[in-house]
Write a protein that binds this ligand. Structure first.
Ligand code: NAP
Length: 275
C-alpha cells in the first residue's frame, strides 16, 4: 500500500470524477472511497478514463453497517461497490464502523478475500478493545485499521497495539479537516517555515515518519500537488517531540465509546442513527 493516498469523503458525486482525475495526474495511486460516500461510480469513471494500469493503483472502499443477515448482505454490498467502481477486485476492503454484526460481516469479508474480490481486508474506527477482540477471535486479523489521527488526536496507544499485532495504522482526517485552526497553528507553522513547507506538508510528514498511512482530501489541484510533495524533507526528533505536545487525546469528531442507545451523529462520516 502506498504510504500516501487520496481520500474522497465529502466530495460531491458530481465533482468526484474531476477531483480523482486531477489527483491521478498529480501522482496519487491510492484512492480511498466508501459505499457511504455515494461517489464510487465517479471514482470508477476516473480510474477507467485515466488509462493507468490497474496494477499500479491501490483502491480502497468500505462496507457500511449491514442489517442481518450480515454475511449475505456484506457480499451483496461488496458486489455493488465493485459494480459501481467498474472493477473486479479492490485492493483493500474496510469495515467502516465497529457496529452491527461485526463477526458476520468479518466472516463474509474473509471469504471475499479468499475468492480474490479484495486483496486485503481491514477495519476502520476500531478502538483497541474492539480491535484486539477481532484479532484474537478470528482466523484473519485486520491488515489495516483506519482511524481518526491528527496532531490533536495522535493515537499513541492505538498505534502501539497495531504495531504489536502487525495491523497497519491508517489516518483519516489527518488535517482534522482544518479544525482547531490546524492550518495556521503556530507550532506547525513555525516548523513549516524552518523547512520551507506548509503546515499541511508538515502534518503529512509527521504522519509518515510515525509509519502511518495518510489519505488527505482536497478538491484543489494546487493543494493536491502540495500534499504529495512531502518526500524531500525530514522532521527532526525535536520537531516530532514538539508536535507530540499538541495531542489532546480526544476526538474532534465522534466518540465511538459514546452511548449507542441514543441517536448519535457520526460526524466523521455521515449521519448514522443508532438508537
Ligand atoms: P482531511 O484530509 O483532514 O481534511 C480535508 C480538508 O483539508 C478539506 O477541507 C481540504 O479543503 C483541506 N485541505 C486539504 N489540503 C490542504 C492544504 N494543503 N492546505 C489547506 N487546506 C487543505 O479530511 P477528511 O477528508 O475527513 O479525511 C481524509 C480522508 O479520510 C477522507 O477523504 C476519507 O477518504 C477518509 N475518511 C475516513 C473516515 C472513516 O470513518 N473511515 C472518516 C473520515 C474520512 P479543499 O478540498 O478545499 O482543498
Amino acid at each position: 500500500m502506498p504510504v500516501l493516498g487520496f481520500g474522497v469523503y465529502q466530495i460531491p458525486a458530481d465533482r468526484t470524477e474531476q477531483a480523482v482525475t486531477d489527483a491521478l495526474a498529480a501522482g496519487y495511486r491510492l484512492l480511498d472511497t466508501a459505499a457511504a460516500y455515494g461517489n464510487e461510480e465517479a471514482v470508477g469513471h476516473a480510474i477507467k478514463n485515466s488509462g493507468i494500469d490497474r496494477r499500479d493503483l491501490f483502491i480502497t472502499t468500505k462496507l457500511w453497517v449491514q442489517d442481518s443477515p450480515a454475511q449475505d448482505n456484506t457480499r451483496r454490498a461488496l458486489d455493488t461497490s465493485l459494480a459501481k467502481l467498474g472493477l473486479d477486485h479492490v485492493d483493500l476492503y474496510l469495515m467502516h464502523q465497529p457496529y452491527g454484526d461485526v463477526y458476520g460481516q468479518w466472516r463474509a469479508m474473509e471469504t471475499a478475500q479468499r475468492e480474490g474480490l479484495t486483496r486485503a481486508i481491514g477495519v476502520a474506527n476500531f478502538h483497541p478493545d474492539r480491535l484486539l477482540d477481532l484479532i484474537l477471535n478470528n482466523e484473519t486479523a485486520p491488515q489495516v485499521n483506519q482511524i481518526e489521527t491528527h496532531p490533536f488526536y495522535q493515537r499513541d496507544a492505538d498505534h502501539a497495539l497495531m504495531r504489536e499485532h502487525r495491523v497497519q495504522h491508517q489516518a483519516w482526517g489527518g488535517f482534522a479537516e482544518g479544525r482547531n485552526d490546524l492550518f495556521v497553528h503556530p507550532v506547525l507553522a513555525a516548523i513549516g517555515v524552518a523547512h520551507g513547507k506548509s503546515v499541511a506538508q508538515v502534518v503529512l510528514r509527521w504522519l509518515i515518519q510515525r509509519d502511518i498511512v495518510t489519505i488527505p482530501k482536497s478538491v484543489d489541484p494546487g493543494r493536491m500537488a502540495q500534499n504529495i510533495d512531502v518526500f524531500d524533507f525530514e522532521l527532526t526528533d525535536g520537531q516530532m517531540k514538539q508536535i507530540a505536545t499538541l495531542d489532546t487525546g480526544r476526538t474532534l469528531f465522534f466518540d465511538h465509546h459514546a452511548g449507542v442507545r441514543s441517536p448519535v451523529t457520526l460526524t466523521g462520516d455521515r449521519t448514522y442513527r443508532l438508537g
